[in-house]
Design a protein around this ligand. Structure first.
Ligand code: 5GP
Length: 182
């Protein structure tokens, strides 16, 4: 039988995610009450977080998505940012909340926030499920965060490793196991 190539250990349980996302949604509902809010998800990693978040908001919001290239099959950041799918909505004069799965070096977020601000929105704020500050290379403002995590590569709840593990209901640390030859 093939040896497993990776091992995953739970970092944030489904129960902890549910509780924190309800708290974030309550805070966002209060902060944007009565405003024209558009929530922008960064594909693909944020789609599960975004889906759960908006279902706990007190009112209906407009949702749009931006596609961006990420790590590919590697666990190291290339720092390369490329838009693979642009927005359908016009942002001029509207309040924008950018929803990210994780902020690591901050390079992706810096690029996205600058790109969104250029479209003349009324405001741009950032909500990330996970904040991994240990490897930050550029200063970025994070307005709402779910959890601050240690310097490890995580998967699950939308986050992948080579397109695997997005469907896990928890966030886990992925460990690559050494190839062993018999
Ligand atoms: P940054 O530009 O901040 O270095 O990286 C942001 C993007 O890198 C995230 O949106 C995510 O796609 C990817 N990324 C960073 N850290 C991790 C991680 O621990 N696990 C996974 N699956 N993706 C990560």
């Amino acid at each position: 039988m093939d040896r497993p190539k990776e091992r995953i250990s739970t970092l944030i349980s489904k129960e902890e995610l549910d509780k924190r996302i309800k708290e974030l949604a309550a805070q966002i509902s209060r902060d944007y009450a009565g405003l024209d809010l558009i929530i922008i998800g960064v594909l693909k990693g944020s789609f599960i977080f975004l889906a759960d978040l908006i279902r706990h908001l007190d009112y209906h919001v407009c949702v749009d998505f931006m596609g961006i290239s990420s790590y590919g099959a590697s666990t190291k950041s290339s720092g390369e940012v490329r838009i693979t799918k642009d927005l359908e909505q016009n942002l001029a004069g509207r309040h924008v909340l950018l929803v990210e799965d994780i902020v690591d070096t901050g390079l992706t977020l810096r690029y996205l926030v600058d790109a969104l601000k250029a479209r003349q929105p009324a405001s741009v704020r950032v909500c990330t499920l996970l904040d991994k500050p240990a490897r930050r290379q550029v200063r970025v403002a994070i307005d709402y965060y779910g959890f601050i995590i240690p310097n490890a590569f995580v998967v699950g709840y939308g986050l992948d490793y080579a397109e695997k593990y997005r469907g896990l209901p928890f966030v886990g640390v992925l460990e690559e196991l050494d190839e062993q030859t018999d």
